[in-house]
Ligand binder design. Structure first.
Ligand code: FAD
Ligand code: FES
Length: 258
């Protein structure tokens, strides 16, 4: 874990309320693993606001990329950050996705939940595996970075609530079709997921229900980001766990849903 003063090398709008921020961050990028996050001090409001956590969307060649959605004061201030300016981050933080995967990796992401899955897909591809992505959102502009997954050669299935892209429905619809196929053909798989809680619960149930490994990246409000404040508690079969230290990635069978 490092504290690093980074330079913004790209900052672009990706669609309705989403942006990609690319930082020159050799210290953090060097040790980053898929599923880990950075805690970012938001320029302009650093005296009155806490750091904000963001998944590492990509880390390569001394640079990291973040994919974020503008939802409130912190992310609105981030949106004003200009090319060439400085941003302070702490990272890489947390416990990411496991390094080994047995079976076909099935990646399920909702909205900006695809962010850690892209970095994971790169690592899986580099180890000779063929991940399949299931991307979901309310509408087609919530389906992010599909071009990046396509460049990697990741087979992708989409679902939107309004049917504007992919199948009309939930991300679990195309996932269920694939799980049925895999069941009938006896194909082993592992599930990796990040997104809103209801989606994560549904995906985790599918992993436990099929007795397959499932790895779920939880999004909890964070304060310190380094294990000291217990603001980011997630209930697990072992009791309360800190999302920033024991997580954000948890084994599906360990999670207790409220
Ligand atoms: C490990 C981790 C990884 C994350 N990765 C990403 C990412 O890759 N891209 C991205 O866009 N966001 C990500 N988030 C969520 C991001 O941290 C919040 O959206 C951000 O902190 C909101 O700050 P804000 O000041 O703009 O919003 P606020 O003004 O603090 O809140 C605005 C609204 O967003 C809700 N909100 C705030 N924080 C969270 C949160 N952590 N989870 C759910 N709802 C929240 C609030 O309840 C409120 O309704 C991640 C969170 C965690 C814990
Ligand atoms: S945010 Fe402080 S313990 Fe996790």
């Amino acid at each position: 874990m490092r504290v690093e003063e980074c330079t913004v090398i790209a900052h672009e709008v990706m669609g309705s309320g989403y942006r990609r921020l690319e930082l020159e961050a050799p210290g953090v990028a060097g040790g980053a693993q898929p599923g880990q996050f950075v805690h970012l001090r938001v320029p302009g409001i650093e005296c009155t606001a806490l750091r904000r956590p963001f998944s590492i969307f990509n880390a390569d060649g001394g640079r990291i990329e973040l994919l974020y959605k503008e939802v409130g004061r912190g992310t609105a201030a981030m949106a004003a950050v200009e090319h060439g300016s400085a941003v302070n981050i702490i990272g890489p933080l947390g416990h990411g996705f496991p390094e080994k995967c047995s079976g076909v990796p099935l990646l399920a992401g909702g909205g900006f939940g695809v962010a850690p899955l892209f970095f994971l897909a790169r690592r899986l591809k580099n180890s000779g595996l063929s991940p399949v992505l299931f991307a979901g959102g309310r509408t087609k502009t919530d389906l992010l970075a599909l071009d990046r997954f396509a460049e990697l050669g990741v087979e992708t299935f989409c679902a939107t609530n309004d049917g504007s892209a992919g199948v009309k429905g939930l991300v679990t619809d195309p996932l269920d079709d694939m799980l049925s196929k895999f069941k009938s053909e006896g194909i082993k798989f592992e599930i990796f997921a990040c997104g809103p809680d209801p989606m994560l619960k549904a995906v985790a149930m599918r992993a436990t229900g099929t007795r397959s490994p499932g790895w779920i990246s939880m999004d909890r409000h964070m304060v310190c980001g380094v294990g000291a404040c217990y603001a980011c508690i997630q209930k697990t079969v072992r009791g309360n766990s800190r999302c920033c230290i024991e997580g954000p990635v948890f084994a599906a069978q360990d999670l207790v849903w409220e």
